[in-house]
Structure formats: C-alpha cells, structure tokens
Design a protein around this ligand. Structure first.
Ligand SMILES: [Zn+2]
Length: 185
C-alpha cells in the first residue's frame, strides 16, 4: 500500500494555528507526527511519501503541489495531519472526508477510532468529535484516492495541547495502526 502523508501548513511560510501560551505551532506538530507516522508505516511494510507544502493544488507554484504529487505518485491513500484551534475551550479529535459513504469514510473510521481510543486512554477528557463531511477542502476534493484530514486536537486547548506537544509518538502509532487496520480490512 502506498500512503501519502501531508503534514499541514509549512514551517517558515504558514505556521497554521499557534498556542497563545507556549507558541507551539501547528506546522511543527504536523511535521513531527508525520515523520513518525512515516516511520511506523514503513516498518509495517507500506510505501510512504511525505510532503508538507504551502501549495495544495497549484495556487503557490513556487512550492511543490501536494495534490498533484500524490496523484502522480499513484498513492492508494492520502492522510493530511492538522491541529484545530478555536476559542481555547473547544477541544477534541475529528476526521474530515470529502463525502460520506465513500472509501475515504471507511479509512477515516479506522484511523479515527484508533486515534480517539489512544488519546482517551491518555486523557479521558479528550472529546470524540466524530467524522465530518467537508466537500470544500482542497486536499480532500482534488486527490484521486481515498483522502482524510485528521484534526488531532485543538492546539489552543489546555488538555489537547498536552497530547499534541508531549505524546506525538503515541499519536503517530495510533494513526499508523488505523491505516494498517484499513489496509487489512
Ligand atoms: Zn491546519
């Protein structure tokens, strides 16, 4: 199975969301977890390509095009990694797909279950926000293969940020397990 990993945003160009107290940046969390997911999936026998770029589908040609790279490579599945942010109180994990009833939803269900179970085993307060349909997100709409976008937690929430900062390896293992659950199902 060929797995394309897209850590969201781009260090030095677009930090994504930032924790107002610690300065922890979404782009750095996504990259760190993405590298670890790559490591675990390669260990499990997957082919992995990882790309973090400000150019999602041609809008910033100076950087590599994420969707085109995944499509040209012939990825079997596409996983984008992000952190949410809202008002400091909103919290939890959600996984986004282009359309319900799709293969992407099946992939999302496998990964989301592993990630939620794992996060809740570390901190029972972590909220399961479920799967959501997001037809307008470029990386979900412009990719040819089943694609999911994981919001691993709210980087501006005091509970979620602990996992995002200190449990990156645990999160990555869970995501990789979810991918292999899907591959084996
Ligand atoms: Zn993001």
């Amino acid at each position: 199975m060929k797995v394309f990993i897209n850590p969201g945003h781009m260090p030095g160009v677009d930090s994504g969301a930032v924790n107002p107290n610690s300065g922890l940046k979404e782009c750095d969390v996504a990259l760190a977890v993405g590298k670890l997911v790559e490591y675990y999936l390669k260990n499990a026998g997957c082919e992995v390509m990882r790309l973090q770029s400000d150019n999602l589908n041609g809008e910033t040609p100076v950087y590599p095009n994420v969707c085109k790279t995944a499509n040209d490579w012939g990825a079997d599945i596409f996983v984008s990694l992000h952190c949410n942010a809202f008002d400091g109180y909103a919290r939890g994990v959600e996984t986004l797909v282009f359309k319900f009833g799709s293969e992407a939803e099946r992939l999302a269900a496998c990964v989301h279950k592993q990630l939620v179970d794992t996060e809740q085993s570390v901190d029972p307060y972590i909220l399961d926000r479920g799967l959501k349909e997001r037809p307008n997100l470029s990386v979900l709409r412009n990719t040819d293969m089943p694609a999911i976008l994981i919001e691993m937690g709210f980087i501006d929430n005091d509970h979620d940020v602990v996992l995002l900062e200190d449990k990156q390896d645990t999160l990555a293992k869970a995501i990789a397990r979810g991918v292999t659950d899907y591959a084996n199902s």
